[in-house]
Design a protein around this ligand. Sequence first.
Ligand SMILES: Nc1ncnc2c1ncn2[C@@H]1O[C@H](COP(=O)(O)OP(=O)(O)OP(=O)(O)O)[C@@H](O)[C@H]1O
Length: 595
Amino acid sequence: MKYNVVWISIKELFHPYRKNIWIISIVMLVTSIGSFLTPWFTKQLIDIGILGLDFYRVIQYVGLIFLIFLIQQLLGIFQFYYYKEISVRIPYDLNKKACKHVLSVRTKFFKDRNFSVVMSELFQDIANISSLTDTQFLTSFVNLFKVFAGLTALFYINWKLTLVMLATIPVKMLISSFLYKKQVKVYEIIMHLQSNFSEWLGDAISGIEAIKVWGITGKRLAKLKVNLDGSKNAKSKLMRYGFIDSISGSLMTTLFTCGLYLYGAWLIQKDEITIGGLVSFISYSSLVFEPITIISYLITQLSSVKPAFERFLKFLNTDAEIDKPEAKELLESISINDLKFENVSLVYENEKALDQVNFTIQKGEKVAIIGLNGSGKSSVVNLLLRFYEPTEGSIKINDKDVKEYTFESYRSIWSLMAQNNYLFNDTVANNINISEELTLTEILESCKQSGAYSFIQDLPEKMDTRIGYNGAKLSGGQKQKIALARTLARKDTKILLLDEATSSYDYYSEQVFNEELLSSDRYMMTIIITHRPEVLKRLDKIIYLNGGKVLGIGTFDELYTSQESFRDMITSTQREETPDAFYSFSNENESTLRL
Ligand SMILES: Nc1ncnc2c1ncn2[C@@H]1O[C@H](COP(=O)(O)OP(=O)(O)OP(=O)(O)O)[C@@H](O)[C@H]1O
């Protein structure tokens, strides 16, 4: 990414605060005028007041120097007020932008990336970019002004001394630019190693049980050591360069000051400069040197901000779910007459998951999508919910491409129970009521429907029990029951989509739920991914997938007689299932509930 792209983004970032930057710069300009007056008054104080034994002038100049100091301090308070706003608001804006993007980014982004890496990169990049709120960066052009004004004053006092001073600047700049290039490279390595470290940590936390069971703690730590060693070496290199920079800077300043005293003393003897002139020259030269040091520091700072900004912009430019300008709202009152897949293909990077898939689901139908592992069932779900866009073909509702609707309004017609449902580290009730629109009665009702009600009664604080990170304090089946209660609690939806919704249910609970599901007419359509023959037999139709293609569409009996592979799959599923003895069940409380 080119520097100008980064510059444009920096400009955009600071654009809302341009008023503050102007005020800060003007205040700083006024303050620096004070800094220029002080050495001049010091010169007069020494030459006229002290050396001329004029005590009245001494008091006058001391008073003026003190007054300038007071004004500068007052202006400093004023400047701080405007500076503080930028310094606090820029990280706030960046965080807001990043979080907004996280919520709109397409699902596929997170399929390739460890969430802890994304998080840590965002934190790092925001912190680095925020370092631009440094006052020195904001007032760079004032520093440039200082250099020119300082040089004018120096030439005015003594041009020979000024030339001696100027001769040292290129040497300083040369050293800084050499170190700067080295620092940029090391900085990039550090960023890369930090991402690796976050990935390691994320995997270690998420995979802690696997690591322990497989006894691979030592191997994992060995991998970490390589990373930490690299990081340690890079950081010590960075510190070494910083140290060389500061040592060379101090050496240059000391050499320059010594040279100035020697040459200055010689000029005083030749009556080419006064003592006060030499003292004020030294003060002015620091006014020139200081901004030059600041400018070279800013260049180094920008070089560390550049890779961070580039990475941040790359993240902000990742494919996000943005509604087309002409996208319409899908009306709540819409009646879904049919849902069609027309020649739909889906390619994930190089993997063709769906190939020319065609099917139609009519209003009122209950349909199953089935197939072996990897046949493309979840890919159909991904497309139905628009987590992915078809690579070819289109998905239509009432003959209108779903892309023509806004994402939010389109998704509002769906009640989805996916395979992996995230549960928040919150109470049972809040996990079900994530829309924050439900009454307690409605929450309880959905719990009864999903079969969660009875176990919730045994929890220490019932509905108010906190369930831990992703429901870690619950069993697999309990988690699924809460997630299903949440799905069923969603109001005003038209289509129910269940992807292996009850795979962790015990046999009895699953039968209860399935009974309710099959007899309910709450939804305009119901799409189920399941392999339970007793459910499949009672559905209107089954879409049978194999290798991403539709092998057949029909009722259970039709497919059973026409498709040998379907028969084989059902037979093997039946063998795995619980014996018939468990099939007969009864439950007065829950089986009477209706979806
Ligand atoms: N994010 C992805 N990136 C690349 N390939 C993917 C991705 N998701 C799925 N696939 C591939 O697409 C194919 C279909 O996967 P899909 O998850 O749709 O199958 P499925 O029928 O739901 O399988 P299962 O019954 O195991 O859940 C598989 O070959 C899988 O490897």
